[in-house]
Design a protein around this ligand. Structure first.
Ligand SMILES: NC(=O)C1=CN([C@@H]2O[C@H](COP(=O)(O)OP(=O)(O)OC[C@H]3O[C@@H](n4cnc5c(N)ncnc54)[C@H](OP(=O)(O)O)[C@@H]3O)[C@@H](O)[C@H]2O)C=CC1
Ligand SMILES: O=C(O)[C@@H]1CCC=N1
Length: 198
C-alpha cells in the first residue's frame, strides 16, 4: 500500500514531510518507499489512539533527524488538536508506546465489557450494569487526569481496610493475576509492533 501511495503521489511529495501513524513501519522503510517513488522527504511517526475521535487522544510522536523543527511542530500541533502529545527520543520506543497507549483503549474496553457482564451475572439489568461499568471507568479516568495523586495512592484510597475492594483486589493482585498478565500482554503487543516493522 505504501508503495502504491508513493507511486501515485511520487515527486509531488517533494518539499513535504510524511507523518505516519502505522504501527511498526520504520522511518527508514518509509523514507525508502518515498525515495523509490522519487521523493526525498523527512518522515515522522506518531502512534495516536482511538480516544482521539472524541478529543481525548494521546499520541507518541517521533521525528527522524531529517525533520525540521518547523515540520515537527506542525505534526505536534496536528496531533494536539485531538489530544495530548508525548514526544519520544528513540524510534524504538514507539513499539512500547503502541503497546501501552495505541492498543491501550482496547484493554480498558475489555474491562468495561467484563464489569458489565459480571454485573449482569449478579442480576443487574443490562442497561444498569452498562451505566455502572462505563461511568466507573469514566470517573476513575477523570480522577487520574484531574488529581495529583499517583494511581497507586488513588487505588489505596478506595480500598477500605477489610472491605469490598480489598476482597476484589486480593484476586486481581495475586502474583499470577494482573501483576503477571498485564506485563505479559504489553510484552506481546510490543513484540508484535517490532514484528510489524518487517
Ligand atoms: N486502530 C487503532 O486504534 C490504531 C491504528 N493505527 C494504525 O492505523 C492503520 C490502520 O489501522 P486500522 O484502522 O485499525 O485498520 P483497518 O483494517 O480497520 O483499516 C484499514 C483501512 O485501510 C484500507 N485499506 C487497506 N488496504 C488498502 C489498500 N491497499 N488501498 C486502499 N485502502 C486500503 C481498508 O479498506 P477496506 O476496509 O476497504 O479493506 C480500511 O479502510 C494501521 O497501520 C495501524 O497500525 C494507529 C494507531 C491506532
Ligand atoms: O492493533 C493494532 O495493531 C493497532 C495499533 C495500535 C492500535 N491498533
Amino acid at each position: 500500500m505504501i508503495d502504491a501511495l508513493g507511486k501515485a503521489l511520487g515527486p509531488r511529495l517533494n518539499g513535504a514531510a510524511l507523518l505516519s501513524v502505522m504501527a511498526g513501519r520504520t522511518c527508514e522503510a518509509l523514507s525508502e518507499a518515498a525515495r523509490l517513488a522519487g521523493a526525498e522527504i523527512p518522515v515522522l511517526r506518531a502512534m495516536p489512539n482511538t480516544p482521539s475521535s472524541v478529543g481525548a487522544g494521546i499520541s507518541g510522536l517521533y521525528a527522524s533527524a531529517a525533520a525540521t523543527p518547523e515540520q515537527t511542530s506542525i505534526c505536534h500541533d496536528l496531533l494536539f488538536a485531538v489530544g495530548d502529545v508525548v514526544p519520544v527520543e528513540n524510534e524504538n520506543d514507539l513499539s512500547v508506546v503502541t503497546a501501552i497507549s495505541g492498543s491501550g483503549p482496547a484493554y480498558v474496553f475489555l474491562l468495561a465489557e467484563l464489569l458489565e457482564k459480571a454485573g449482569q451475572q449478579h442480576g443487574l439489568a443490562p442497561n444498569v450494569a452498562r451505566r455502572l461499568a462505563r461511568g466507573t471507568i469514566y470517573g476513575a479516568g477523570r480522577m487520574l487526569d484531574d488529581l495529583p495523586e499517583s494511581a497507586e495512592d488513588l487505588r489505596k484510597a478506595v480500598t477500605s481496610p477489610n472491605g469490598t475492594t480489598a476482597a476484589a483486589l486480593a484476586i486481581l493482585m495475586k502474583p499470577d493475576a494482573w501483576p503477571e498478565t498485564v506485563p505479559k500482554a504489553i510484552d506481546a503487543a510490543t513484540k508484535r509492533a517490532d514484528e510489524l516493522a518487517g
